[in-house]
Design a protein around this ligand. Structure first.
Ligand code: MG
Length: 411
């Protein structure tokens, strides 16, 4: 997997020191943010101790889960015997590349991992915080949580207990995906839809990270803010079969590799192609059938309905649907003697938009109504001699007046 990254950790506008720490380790494809808490310099020490322990453990070939566990032990160990550091802790959200198209997110605390895929931002991690637990239990709404005074109370962190429960999220990524790791300094200051907008709008990962921190500071910068942006430039698709073997070879990788993609054992490799073809057919044949029925149904509907429209300047009855559907274009079924100029503006608009959609009978009745309207208008026109531009060009009124007069003369 080929990645590009950008990162920044900023003290913000209110705090005197930066208790966040971040890690960008391209050599081990390892990325992390940690947000420390604790009096005096405790927070700083906790986050840095945890990040260093994580890096060392992954470099030694341990899984992300084991590495976060050992980071927890390192923070506890560091605090032991130092009253200034007692009670310090830190969050940890780390990403490693598992191989192929998979990355793993290891997570403790209320820092977050997001995935931007196809322009949409999705949060990957659950916060281990009091308010989020209340939201999950339905006791707070997400809106109430956003402004809750205790929103920065963390319910799970490194440095508090041994062992620590580590959440591991396997994530399949594709080229063009963007993963964002961030401390709560970003997410308490900037709404998710604004994070999404910024992450989507800026292609360069470093500028995206900078802009996210700028947004947090523009909103007040009340906390330290750390952001790591990781762009997936290329996944090892051809390498998919071997990619399920983790890049780091821990003795028992199965535990964290979680739902392993179904890869046939080497002995079965020979008949894996026909099997794949068969699986594909099993999936696609019903799909194609459903599609064919749908297209046929639309075509049937499109071809058995009628409407009244214009063909040039003439009102006609079309067979089909105005504009056509899926390549089923309407055809002229019947022409009428009515010209566009005969119509009132309202009827003209109705016909232009495709009027009386439905059966042939409905279309014919509509045409009859149009004709009746024209006849009524032309009678009025001749009797009142109201000057109308259209009446002079119409042949119909003249014919009518012509037929009434000879009829009277014949008597
Ligand atoms: Mg924070």
């Amino acid at each position: 997997m080929r990645l590009a990254t950008g990162s920044i950790s900023h003290t913000g506008l209110v705090r005197g020191n930066n208790e966040d720490a971040l890690l960008v380790d391209g050599a081990h494809a390892l990325y992390a943010v940690a947000d420390g808490v604790g009096g005096h310099r405790g927070g700083e020490v906790a986050s840095r101790t945890a990040i260093e322990a994580l890096r060392a453990a992954v470099a030694a070939g341990r899984s992300v889960q084991d590495a976060i566990t050992s980071a927890n032990e390192a923070v506890i160990e560091r605090a032991r015997g130092d009253v200034d550091l007692t009670g310090m802790g830190t969050t940890m959200t780390a990403m490693v590349v598992a191989g192929g198209r998979q990355v793993l997110i290891g997570h403790v605390g209320d820092s977050r991992a997001y995935l931007l895929h196809d322009g949409a931002l999705r949060r990957v991690t659950d916060d281990h915080s009091l308010v989020e637990e209340l939201v999950r239990e339905g006791r707070l709404t997400p809106e109430q949580a956003e402004s809750h005074p205790q929103r920065n109370i963390v319910t799970r962190a490194l440095g508090l207990d041994e062992p620590v429960e580590v959440d591991v999220y396997p994530l399949d990524v594709v080229q063009g995906d963007r993963i964002i790791l961030c401390s709560d300094g970003l997410t308490t200051m900037v709404r998710e839809r604004d994070i999404e907008r910024i992450a989507r709008g800026e292609t360069d990962p470093q500028r995206a990270a900078d802009e996210l921190v700028d947004a947090a500071n523009r909103a007040g910068g009340e906390d330290n803010t750390s952001v790591v942006v990781i762009d997936v430039l290329e996944v090892d698709v051809a390498d998919d079969a071997t990619a399920t073997v983790p890049v780091v070879p821990p003795p028992s990788p199965a535990r964290i590799m979680a739902p392993a993609p179904d890869v046939p054992p080497p002995s079965a490799a020979r008949d894996s192609w026909p099997k794949r073809v068969r699986n594909a057919l099993l999936l696609f044949v019903p799909l194609i059938l459903v599609l064919a029925i749908a297209v046929g149904g639309v075509g049937f509907y499109a071809r058995r309905s009628y409407y009244v429209g214009f063909a040039g300047n003439r009102v006609v009855i079309y067979k089909g649907v105005p504009g056509g559907v899926l390549g089923w274009n309407p055809t002229i079924d019947e022409t009428t003697p009515i010209a566009a100029a005969d119509l009132t503006p309202i009827d003209h608009d109705r016909v232009a938009g495709g009027a009386a959609r439905g059966s042939l009978g409905e279309a014919r009745r509509f045409v009859d109504r149009l004709q009746a309207g024209i006849d009524a208008t032309s009678t009025t026109t001749t009797t009142t001699t109201r000057p109308r531009a259209t009446t002079t060009t119409r042949p119909r009124p003249r014919q009518r007046t012509a037929t009434t007069r000879p009829a009277a003369a014949n008597r």
